[in-house]
Design a protein around this ligand. Structure first.
Ligand code: GDP
Length: 464
């Protein structure tokens, strides 16, 4: 099914736009039954880009059908915005299924678990009349320690203008320790002897850097142990053996949704390293970070926005500066493009078909969801970045960072539709230019777009 992506005059500048491909694509869609009719076992909802694609809304929506929703990576450093009957919420670690009382919500072993933050988040939703959700936290999840947050701050300060744009929530030091095998698993909280010995050892090690590199006060092992006892009491009601639970759930034919944070381009291996996150946001890692078998993953729903947005450092080829960027930022999302967790203004730009095709490819998407289409209704013409120019050549393959930093965007302009499409209830009722825009992006990505989102609310979605 993969078509060759090329840029030349014959193909109207991008992708395979020929009649044969369109027919092939139409046949493919005809054969594929709609999402609701399909039998799903394990579905991953992941991002194609830099994050903030609108995954939270899509997960919240698909959660209607799910029995279990799992977060499999990342920490409280990013967030989803969800608008539902209870109001507007920014979730950072809790899975998006927490608004549905029939769902078991799981924080998987791959997550950077910040216990006070999770418990605070739980309280913040129940304080707003959301019934207490069913929550399970993997006994194999590791914990963000108070010193991880300090290390993150001190290191960003030390790096000064060369810093990575970290949210300073301790995520990078957390994952470094996890893979250096000096992290703390939730299970260890329940073994006093193991815990005490490990706290001593780790404090000795950490204090070398605290004192000599950052010129700070040393950690006190007694204080740290007390903090960990508090963590134990907070987390105890939720701890379980998630892999066994999921193994049984799959056997019973339960509908399981895996929820990714950030997107493909922040993957430490396949993304824009070193401007990446510290854990893999790819569906492939979903199996590891949740504790399900790759054999059972049936659907990979890859979310992308109708324009591009990027928060944090790193190359962003189709970034829009000046008044045009300010306007898109102001109109984007449900209340402008500002980070759900950090409040930082996001960079915005035109749809980057090069980055998105790659992002969809590394996710192994079985379908694409295009969100925020309503935002573009004010434009006469909409540029789409279909290639990059670098070293005098045009390329359509997303390059590794050193080359990416030198790339300039190559745009084609598509006609706008100049009206508000919020409130439209079926795909066929969209203006023709709007449908053409969707189809252009679909061709560029090479994977069927099965859902189009035309507003931030849960039911503002058009199925194709
Ligand atoms: P996530 O991390 O991928 O879940 O994305 P965020 O929640 O951080 O950012 C997506 C933003 O777009 C949020 O403000 C959503 O409320 C908003 N949003 C999602 N889908 C749509 C849509 O179709 N139209 C509009 N206007 N906003 C949307």
């Amino acid at each position: 099914m993969r078509q060759i992506y090329r840029v030349d005059a014959a193909f109207g500048q991008t992708g395979r736009m020929d009649a044969a491909w369109n027919q092939e694509n139409a046949d493919f869609r005809q054969k594929s039954v709609s999402y609701q009719e399909e039998k799903h076992m394990v579905t991953a909802v992941v991002g194609a880009n830099w994050g903030d694609e609108g995954k939270g809304k899509i997960t919240d929506m698909l959660a209607d059908e799910a029995d279990i929703v799992i977060r499999f990576q990342g920490g409280a450093n990013a967030g989803h915005t969800i608008v539902n009957n209870y109001g507007k919420f920014a979730l950072h670690t809790l899975p998006s299924g927490v608004f549905h009382s029939h769902i078991t919500n799981i924080i998987g072993n791959g997550v950077a678990l910040d216990i006070p933050k999770v418990i605070g988040e739980l309280k913040s939703i129940t304080d707003r009349n959301v019934p207490a959700p069913k929550l399970m936290i993997s006994d194999r999840a590791q914990m963000v320690m108070p010193y991880h947050v300090l290390f993150d701050q001190y290191e960003e300060e030390r790096l000064g203008k060369n810093s990575f744009g970290s949210t300073k929530s301790g995520i990078a030091p957390f994952y470094s320790d996890k893979y250096a095998k000096i992290g703390f698993q939730v299970s260890e909280l329940f073994d006093d002897e193991v815990l005490e010995e490990k706290v001593q050892k780790v404090c000795e090690l950490k204090n070398v850097l605290f004192v000599n590199l950052y010129h700070q006060e040393p950690l006190d092992p007694k204080d740290l142990l007390n903090t960990l006892h508090e963590y134990r009491d907070m987390v105890a009601p939720y701890v379980g053996n998630v892999s066994e639970f999921l193994y049984q759930a799959v056997k019973e034919g339960k509908n399981i949704l895996l929820e990714g944070q950030l997107g493909s381009l922040r993957d430490p291996d396949h993304g824009i390293y070193p401007y990446t996150t510290s854990s893999s946001p790819l569906a492939g890692y979903g199996c590891v970070g949740a504790g399900v078998s790759p054999r059972d993953m049936t659907d990979i729903v890859c979310v992308t926005k109708a324009y591009s947005s990027c928060v944090g450092a790193g190359a962003f080829v189709s970034k829009l500066e000046g008044a045009a960027g300010d306007e898109l930022r102001r109109r984007g999302g449900d209340a402008g493009e500002f980070g759900a967790t950090t409040g930082r203004a996001r960079d915005v730009g035109w749809f980057d078909a090069v980055a998105t095709r790659y992002g969809v490819m590394v996710q192994g998407a079985t379908q694409v969801v295009l969100t925020n289409l309503d935002v573009l209704g004010y434009l006469d013409e909409i540029p789409v970045c279909v290639a990059y120019e670098v070293d005098g050549k045009q390329i359509t393959e997303f390059p590794a960072t050193p080359t990416l930093m030198r790339c300039k965007p190559v745009y084609v302009k598509l006609p706008g539709w100049k009206c508000d499409i919020r409130g439209v209830k079926s795909y066929d009722e969209l203006p023709e230019n709007c449908r053409k825009y969707v189809e252009f992006i679909e061709n560029a990505c090479g994977v069927p777009i099965k859902m189009v989102s035309n507003g931030p609310k849960r039911h503002e979605v058009l199925y194709r």
